[in-house]
Ligand binder design. Structure first.
Ligand code: FE2
Length: 358
């Protein structure tokens, strides 16, 4: 677990920047749409030519990446071509392209999905002193196949106008007091699946099933957009919900009085569920050296910009977050679970199915 104490944050501010960026477009699942995707998407003109001055990226994390890549090009002279999609789509594309893929780097918005890519043999282990000295051990695969670039906390949120005593545990969301008052992301979304995977790890399968059943029994309003979940809490469609924090960063930028607050869950135990934005070099990369150079740059010189543009938390604890994020204060994060979310995802999907979670 990782305690982001005020002293750490002050230290981080002095050193660099803990970043949090409001991710919007990787919020999108196959079943949903989001205008932010089109705004931030620039499909690469990809081909399988190994061009020494180019790195090609498939990314499931979309929001604000283009200016970050431009900075990398300015710093290194290496051009970045990128194409976007959701994590499973891009993984399937890598499988289909096999040895002919133009992709040097794959980036995901979810820990389980990068683990699935690793398990499918799609990633190449890296040997990098830069990455192992910058990214905490619990935020990178033991085999060196993928590295976290930023953390995304999935927390309880509540109306500042109608809720005086919000739950402080994920199980508390299932208290009958919240019957008819909660909003949740659908079961098909990786954010939901990874959250439930973290419950399985922390509570065991039987208790995790009870917790998810209690959420279902509260008859949630299912909304397949975290931004819309925040707005639903603000507008009174529900009083509490579970959502990622970075969306609040964006909403507060637009409206500093936005009437929804973060409640850090599980602070007397394992800490808030944290998912991650990751990067890896592909197994069939035409330019693996350039791919590694990009990931190392994003973990160091580009780390603050990468995380801050989306109000996420930088993977490097020495880098400070955006001031809006820092203002949310310290919290305990369940970083120890990150590596094993993928392994527990199948059980999570089974629980979501058997409990009738929509
Ligand atoms: Fe997102």
């Amino acid at each position: 677990m990782d305690l982001k104490s005020p002293s750490q944050i002050v230290g981080a501010l002095a050193i660099g920047a803990l970043l949090i960026a409001a991710c919007g477009s990787d919020d999108v699942s196959p079943a949903s749409t989001d205008a932010a995707v089109d705004e931030s998407t620039q499909d690469a003109e990809v081909d399988a030519t190994a061009d020494a001055g180019v790195v090609t990226v498939y990314t499931g994390r979309h929001y604000g990446i283009e200016p970050v890549f431009d900075e990398f090009t300015a710093a290194t002279g290496i051009e970045v071509r990128f194409t976007t999609g959701n994590d499973p789509e891009l993984r399937e594309r890598l499988v289909a392209e096999g040895a002919n893929t133009p992709a040097d780097v794959v980036m995901t918005a979810d820990a389980s999905n990068i683990e699935l890519a690793a398990a499918a043999g799609l990633l190449a282990p890296l040997t990098s002193d830069v990455l192992t000295s910058t990214i905490p051990e619990e935020l990178r695969s033991a085999s060196g196949e993928w590295f976290t670039l930023s953390e995304r906390a999935r927390v309880i949120i509540s109306s500042t106008e109608r809720v005086d005593d919000p739950p402080t545990t994920y199980a508390g969301v299932g208290d009958p007091a919240w019957d008819g008052r909660i909003c949740l992301r659908p079961s098909t979304h990786p954010y939901t699946q990874s959250l439930v995977a973290s419950l399985v790890m922390a509570e065991g399968e039987e208790r995790a099933t009870e917790i998810v059943q209690s959420w279902v029994d509260n008859e949630p309003l299912y909304i397949n957009s975290d931004t819309d979940i925040y707005k639903a809490v603000a507008d009174g469609e529900c009083d509490i919900a579970i959502a990622n924090t970075y969306y609040l960063g964006r909403l507060l930028t637009e409206d500093p009085t936005f009437p929804v607050q973060i409640v850090w869950p599980e602070q007397d135990g394992r800490g808030a569920h944290v998912n991650v934005s990751t990067a890896a070099v592909t197994a069939n990369a035409p330019n693996p050296e350039n791919g590694q150079a990009l990931i190392e740059w994003l973990a160091t010189d580009g780390q603050a910009q990468f995380a801050n543009v989306n109000f996420e938390y930088p993977a490097d604890p020495a880098v400070a977050p955006d001031p809006i994020v820092a203002a949310w204060g310290e919290f305990k994060a369940d970083l120890a679970a990150v590596r094993d979310l993928g392994a527990n995802q199948p059980t999570a999907v089974e629980i979501l199915d058997t409990t009738g979670y929509e």
